[in-house]
Design a protein around this ligand. Structure first.
Ligand code: 5AD
Ligand code: SF4
Length: 472
């Protein structure tokens, strides 16, 4: 009998890479690969890379340096270890990766994961294989779906890609080049995926796309459906108790999406809506094609539809030409909106993007200083948001046993981790929790329904044993 081969995947960057990594595991399961957490005994190591900022991108090369030693060690023991670079660095740098790091056997761009088995075979026969085309076919049509036991092992929350690529061309961003033009998957394909996940215990679906609210996939009626229409449809699927979507662009917020937030209890009132800057001058230079006021109006539309809605965002500090006044406008916008959390980054020039040719660089010291000021403001808003939960009773979807014995951890509507002492059979259920305290970013509380009271939702029996729940 042939022994299973071991596959180790390391993902960097965004949620789409996390999802893609799972799809690569699914694609290679048919080739006899099983996943391993240890790099040392792997037969195949895939680095699923991120190109969004220079730091993320350069990590690949330091990791490849480390892997060379591991590969050499395996060879000394008579084992062959193959190394593949996938993701956005693979797409952007292609054969340059093999030139810089000859340890690499396969380079595969995000649109070609369904060709991984052939590429591995090619590498075995010819020493190397590279594919970074944007093939005409839809890779999702060729990627095998995960097996039921794999879905269960991955836990009760799952990503589903509904849209990929971006046509917005913000001047700082590599995504339109690495992920290509905006493409939406057809509604029926997404419904099939979500149904399969829900049938196997998944309770929370996060629809992902680089510009997810630009979704315009073909519906069963032959028309292009908006993200809002898709959400109404998915909310009907039995077992789906929570829906989320990420990442959105402020220009693509259609009324149906706002209405979905008003009408669908399953659609969580927490929206990631990157704005990048609060200065109209900088927003124009970034080619965001909206002003700070446009953004505020979008936020107001959401808030009018659902009063408990909260927001997170992304910010870039030190975009070329950003003055102290521009930066103050960002701080002012953050103060006005009031976020539940946000990510902020120092501007990083990316090769091939228009902003990389802009000359008016902000000094490293100024960038550092602005980043600290912005993060302090965001942190204070996040702390206040979390502290406001203390004393209230909130719905928590329970995910897995926590590190502390006897504790189960779940998430609130706003993705705050919430811990309770309970038995593992609450995993997969949404239960009201009385929040008693806050420990850093984690809420601690007690389940607010007495043990004998009927539970709001039926237990999901097949995701209840701790050994089946993996992940962070
Ligand atoms: N420099 C810094 N941050 C960037 N982002 C995208 N491109 C860059 C860049 N060149 C940030 C944006 C985006 C998030 C995913 O990463 O804030 O929303
Ligand atoms: Fe990049 Fe987002 Fe702008 Fe598209 S909308 S170019 S993904 S920052």
């Amino acid at each position: 009998m042939k022994l299973p081969r071991k596959l180790h995947i390391k993902s960097y960057g965004c949620q789409m890479n996390v999802y893609d990594a799972q799809r690569m595991v699914d694609a290679l399961a048919g080739e006899g690969f099983v996943e391993t957490a240890s790099v040392d005994d792997a037969d195949l190591v895939i680095l699923n890379t991120c190109h969004i900022r220079e730091k993320a991108s350069e990590k690949v090369y330091s990791e490849l340096g480390r892997l060379r030693a591991v590969k050499d060690e395996a060879a000394r023991h008579g084992r062959t270890m193959n190394i593949a670079v996938a993701g956005c660095v693979a797409q952007a740098e292609g054969s340059e990766i093999i030139r810089r790091a000859p340890v690499v056997d396969v380079v595969v761009g995000p649109q070609s994961y369904h060709h991984l088995p052939q590429l591995l075979a090619q590498a075995q026969h010819h020493g190397r294989a590279l594919e970074t085309e944007f093939p005409a076919e839809d890779k999702f049509g060729f990627l095998p779906p995960p097996k039921p036991e794999t879905i269960r092992a991955r836990g009760i929350s799952s990503f589903v890609t509904v849209q990929e690529g971006c046509d917005k061309f913000c001047t700082f961003c590599v995504v339109p080049y690495t992920r290509g033009a905006e493409v939406s998957r057809p509604v029926t394909k997404i419904v099939d995926d979500v149904t399969r996940l829900a049938d196997n215990g998944v309770r929370e679906i996060t629809l992902i796309g680089q510009n997810v609210n630009a979704y315009h996939g073909e519906g069963p009626d032959g028309r292009a459906w908006s993200l809002g229409a898709l959400l109404y449809h998915l909310a009907e699927i039995p077992g789906v108790v929570r829906l989320r979507y990420s990442t959105s662009h402020p220009r693509d917020v259609e009324d149906t999406l706002i209405e979905a937030h008003r009408d669908l209890p399953a659609l969580m009132p927490f929206v990631h809506l990157p704005v990048q800057s609060g200065s109209d001058r900088v927003l124009a230079a970034m080619n965001r094609r909206h002003t700070a006021s446009d953004y505020r109006r979008v936020i107001d539309r959401f808030r009018a539809a659902r009063q408990d809605i909260a927001f997170s965002s992304d910010f870039i500090v030190g975009f070329p030409g950003e003055s102290e006044e521009d930066f103050s406008a960002t701080l002012a916008l953050v103060t006005q909106i009031g976020y539940a959390g946000a990510y902020s980054f120092k501007y990083s020039p990316r090769p091939g993007t228009p902003a990389a040719d802009m000359r008016e660089m902000v000094s490293a010291e100024e960038m550092d200083e602005r980043l600290v000021r912005l993060q302090e403001l965001i942190d204070s808003q996040q702390s206040a948001f979390n502290a406001a939960a203390i004393g209230s009773t909130v719905d928590v979807l329970f995910e897995r046993p926590a590190r502390n014995p006897g504790q189960i951890v779940g998430r609130t509507a706003y993705l705050q981790p919430a811990h309770v002492m309970a038995s593992a059979d609450i995993i997969g259920q949404v239960l009201p929790v009385k929040i008693e305290s806050l420990e850093r970013y984690s809420l601690l509380g007690e389940i607010a329904v007495p043990a004998h009271a009927p539970r709001p939702q039926a237990a999901v029996s097949h995701v209840t044993t701790p050994s089946m729940i993996t992940g962070a």
